[in-house]
Design a protein around this ligand. Structure first.
Ligand code: PDD
Length: 288
């Protein structure tokens, strides 16, 4: 099963795909992206990813992208790769110009898509849970836009990994509230209520986050979406992370302190079971 790239409609092996050095995505991080997962060839929550991509493009004013074409290219590339459990990376840069801070007019965006095998999260992590550490959120004020400016995210994750943790949970210095993980959203269970920060400018409105909130409501779990002080997170019965790659992953150790009893909590497990059941149903109905 070949891992493939599609650059402006041209399909090739990933190793052969190229972008000019004066692409604004490379020089300024002037680009947006999405990461979509396919399960057994079914693009999971694809419409929501495309809606968020549109929002990101609109917010930074990248114009002239035909999203129906991009959507068709994603589907075509996934099919051609033959990879069932795939990770689709989709990046749109503003395009190529001689380097200038000024955004030029009439520039043609570059559309880059890759399809790869999913880097599997080891299944035992869903049973044991993972460790997370707390770090200051040093990012800009528009974290709701999914741009490729990920330097603070990758440095935070690198620091977390250096400390033996799976994820860095980021904290807003101004008010001591939790924002999100370096590449995940954060939930906590406090007194039996599911808590997560609001989808304002301070976090990425995760597609998985949104789906989990809907799932919780369907499961009869009380949900409270409001700023989450880090002190509350530290006292939570359960903490979990959500994201396209990891789905729903329990945090059992936070800053070297056990979360709850130190095992993956019942609400976390229940939601993850319900999540996988929804994936199973979506695959079934797409095959029907
Ligand atoms: N990251 N928050 C941040 C900062 C993220 O980068 C991501 C996803 C999420 C979770 O969003 P979603 O549920 O839509 O995947 C939250 C992707 C997977 C990445 O950059 O690889």
């Amino acid at each position: 099963m070949p891992e493939l790239a599609c650059v402006n409609g041209q399909v090739m092996p990933i190793s052969e795909a190229k972008i000019p050095i004066e692409d604004r995505g490379l020089q300024f991080g002037d680009s947006v992206y999405e990461v979509v997962r396919a399960y057994s060839g079914h693009l999971w929550l694809f419409d929501r990813h495309m809606q968020r991509l549109k929002m990101s493009l609109d917010e930074i004013g990248i114009e002239g992208v035909k999203l129906e074409e991009v959507e068709a290219q994603v589907k075509m590339l996934l099919k051609r790769s033959g990879i069932g459990d795939a990770i689709v990376y989709l990046q749109i840069t503003r395009g190529v110009t001689p380097r200038s801070h000024v955004i030029p007019r009439n520039i043609t965006p570059n559309v880059i898509i890759t399809v790869r095998h999913v880097p599997q999260t080891p299944e035992e992590l869903y049973t044991t849970g993972v460790k997370a550490v707390l770090l200051n959120d040093t990012r800009w004020a528009r974290r709701d836009i999914k741009t490729t400016n990920l330097l603070p995210n990758i440095l935070a994750l690198n620091e977390a990994r250096r400390r033996g943790a799976f994820e860095a949970i980021l904290v807003e210095q101004a008010d001591g509230t939790v924002t999100e993980g370096s590449h995940t959203n954060v939930f906590a269970v406090v007194n039996g209520v599911l808590r997560t920060p609001p989808a304002d400018h301070r976090i990425l409105p995760g597609v998985t986050r949104e789906f989990v909130i809907e799932l919780a409501a369907r499961e009869g779990i009380e949900v409270n979406i409001a700023p989450l002080p880090v002190t509350e997170l530290m006292e939570a019965e359960e903490v979990f992370l959500t994201g396209t790659l990891i789905e729903i992953l329990g945090v059992t150790v936070l800053e070297n302190k056990m979360v709850g009893s130190g095992t993956v909590g019942t609400i976390t497990k229940r939601l993850h079971r319900a999540f996988r059941e929804e994936v199973r149903k979506a695959i079934e109905s797409s095959e029907a």
